[in-house]
Design a protein around this ligand. Structure first.
Ligand code: GDP
Length: 178
């Protein structure tokens, strides 16, 4: 029974972005569907663990780190980023400032990686259910993703739209890198 065996691989996926962009909701939404919340380890860090089975019967221990209270320039931020295979860069489609700050979040990852390889990064426009309040147009979203060589998606942590599909896809893409 593969459940009893040690996972072959560990994947670390981190969720970054401005406060109130929906990082916690996104993790909670995914956890309700597929995860169990493991523990809230320290202030500003929630950690979710899920064992999944990928094609070819490969076991993966997926760690999702929700960098809650960590702000840009926070002292713990580099530690959270270190060793991540994948990064979900989240903004709120109704918040211009959350979009404006994406560049700084991206640069924080770049700084930690130095001359080494970058993790797989995905741009997540959250709150797609608030279409009528959207302030960031689709072309800006797409241009940012293109300029930074990222996959890009819209999700709603509130309705659950695309959440499990996007996270599952990110896991598969990250897995190709390890
Ligand atoms: P965090 O600070 O990035 O972890 O953001 P939270 O997950 O705490 O969410 C901030 C606020 O946005 C909360 O009031 C959430 O209920 C709300 N929120 C999060 N995701 C969505 C979404 O997809 N749609 C809507 N309408 N509200 C959301």
């Amino acid at each position: 029974d593969s459940e009893d065996e040690a996972p072959d691989k560990q994947l670390k996926l981190i969720v970054m972005g401005d406060g109130a962009s929906g990082k916690t909701s996104l993790c909670m939404r995914y956890s309700q569907e597929q995860f169990s919340k493991d523990y809230g380890q320290t202030v500003g860090l929630d950690f979710y663990l899920k064992r999944i089975n990928l094609q070819g019967n490969t076991n993966v221990a997926l760690q999702v780190w929700d960098i809650g209270g960590q702000t840009l320039g926070g002292t713990m931020l580099d530690n959270y980023i270190f060793g991540a295979h994948g990064v979900l860069l989240v903004y709120d489609v109704t918040s211009f400032s959350s979009f404006e700050n994406l560049e700084d979040w991206f640069n924080a990852v770049k700084k930690v990686c130095g001359s080494g390889p970058m993790p797989h990064m995905a741009l997540i426009g959250n709150k797609s259910d608030l279409e009528h309040l959207r302030t960031i147009k689709q072309d800006k979203h797409q241009k940012f993703a293109q300029d930074h060589n990222m996959s890009n998606y819209y999700v709603s942590a509130k309705t659950g739209e695309s959440v499990s599909q996007v996270l599952s896809l990110q896991v598969a893409l990250c897995f190709q890198k390890i």
